[in-house]
Design a protein around this ligand. Structure first.
Ligand SMILES: Cc1ncc(COP(=O)(O)O)c(C=O)c1O
Length: 440
């Protein structure tokens, strides 16, 4: 193939320097197997156009190698711990099955997430059930599944005991404000999650009579781009553990430090490595506590976020008041993060990935709101109808938060590896949406 150009991040040849420089910056945001071959984006050894042809668009493509790389990194950094996948990032049976096979557990927070984990064959002893308002049904289901629950309210130990729960952790709210969007801060002093130190202490005193209280939990927020506040939370957790030991003679066997590690959605964002984040937190706790403990970690976004790329088909393009609009066949129904958290993304034209940018475009969805903008200011070669738009870092909290706004069915997802694609979430149909309507 004399004219073929191939750019890889993982050590492959970079043949055309100018384009490669532009690409390598963006490709950093893509999964490990992302490459540009003959001008086209390839994921897991499959051309984006082939994936779009075979599965339609919008399509979320997950790279198996990237997911497994993150799993192994967590296991390497915290060998004395259990990694629980934060199921909320994308409740999906195939991914949960993959994680179960790698020895991971699952953090679930609803009946639905518990069913997904159980359907994937996740062993009971590796399921932790969260929630700031667990229903009696949820407590009974957790008991039946023999999962560990995380106490999150003063009356929950009693209710859990009545429901048959036998094992619990307690969620401490350390009063730390995470540096992230306020909607995903979870451990500040007015948080709806967990118990402040005084309430947690009182709850431990009473709960020990009712359940096997195995340990403590903290989770200060999500998309944490630095470790400072998490380290401060670990310091407060240490103070708390000393206090409970001194006042009640209770020692945690398990210390669950939650999830929260950020990923980069755009080139100007930073994210610590697993070692610089999880390794630092565990190291801090170890340095201040000499009793034996086993660590739990609950990463969601950092396990699957960068592994996911969403493929969209470009439709109408137009100029409006000096803005170059590019519309695509999805939007806030398949990824509401720009509207919810002001998330900023970048994109490639997957079928023209080696062309230089020629302009700045506002990438808008198809929904009936002007705020349905996925990227404002994408630098791209001028997109044309039927081009394929590839948006990286869309594996977490996208499909999981998808809606059917405007009667749009939710997209499909595939897992790719070594040139093969496995459908892991079928595309919803309009008939399925109509089936909820009793009059049809
Ligand atoms: C208790 C708990 N654990 C783990 C997670 C996963 O967080 P992330 O996806 O940011 O790693 C969350 C999400 O906010 C959470 O609430």
């Amino acid at each position: 193939m004399p004219n073929s150009c191939r750019f890889r991040l993982d050590g492959g040849a970079i043949l055309r320097t100018r384009t490669a420089v532009t690409l390598s910056g963006v490709l950093d945001l893509f999964p490990d197997t992302a490459a540009v071959e003959d001008g086209e984006l390839v994921l897991g050894g499959i051309a984006a156009s082939t994936l779009a042809r075979d599965f339609g668009t919008p399509l979320v493509v997950y790279c198996r190698r990237t997911i497994l790389g993150q799993v192994r990194e967590y296991q390497r950094v915290v060998p004395e711990g259990l990694v629980l996948y934060g199921t909320k990032a994308f409740p999906n049976v195939a991914l949960l099955r993959l994680f179960a096979g790698e020895g991971l557990g699952a953090d679930v927070s609803t009946l639905g997430e518990l069913r997904f984990a159980r359907s994937a064959g996740m062993p009971a002893e590796r399921i932790v059930f969260h929630g700031n308002n667990k229903s009696d049904d949820e407590l009974r289901a957790a008991a039946e599944a023999e999962a560990t629950i995380v106490l999150d309210a003063p009356d929950e130990a009693e209710r859990a005991h009545a429901a048959g729960v036998t094992r619990a952790l307690i969620r401490l709210t350390p009063g730390v404000e995470a540096h992230t969007h306020q909607s995903i801060q979870t451990a500040h002093s007015e948080s709806k999650f967990g118990l402040d130190p005084d309430q947690a202490l009182a709850t431990i005193r009473d709960a020990r009579e009712l359940v096997d209280l195995a340990g403590v939990h903290v989770h200060i927020g999500s998309q944490l781009a630095r470790a400072d506040e998490s380290i401060a939370a670990v310091d407060r957790l240490l103070e708390f553990c000393e206090r409970v030991r001194d006042e009640h003679g209770w020692l945690p066997r398990i210390v669950d430090i939650g999830g929260g590690l950020a990923i980069r959605h755009s080139r100007d964002e930073n994210a610590p490595s697993v070692a610089a984040f999880a390794g630092a937190l565990v190291g801090r706790f170890r340095a201040g506590w000499t009793e034996p403990v086993w660590f739990y970690l609950e990463p969601g976004r950092s396990l699957i976020g960068r592994a996911g790329v969403t493929l969209y088909r470009v439709g109408a393009t137009k100029r409006s008041g000096g803005v170059e609009y590019v519309a695509f066949d999805g939007g806030m129904s398949d990824n509401p993060r720009p509207q919810l958290y002001g998330a900023r993304y970048e994109a490639l034209l997957a079928n023209r990935a080696d062309e230089p940018a020629t302009g700045v475009f506002r990438i808008a969805g198809k929904h009936c709101e002007s705020g349905d903008v996925l990227i404002d200011g994408a630098r791209l070669p001028a997109p044309r109808r039927d081009d394929l738009l590839a948006v990286p870092a869309t594996g977490a909290y996208t499909l999981a938060m998808a809606s059917t706004y405007n009667g749009v069915p939710r997209p499909a997802a595939v897992l790719v590896a070594d040139g093969a694609a496995q459908l892991i979430r079928r595309r919803e149909t309009i008939d399925e949406l109509l089936s909820f309507e009793p009059d049809v």
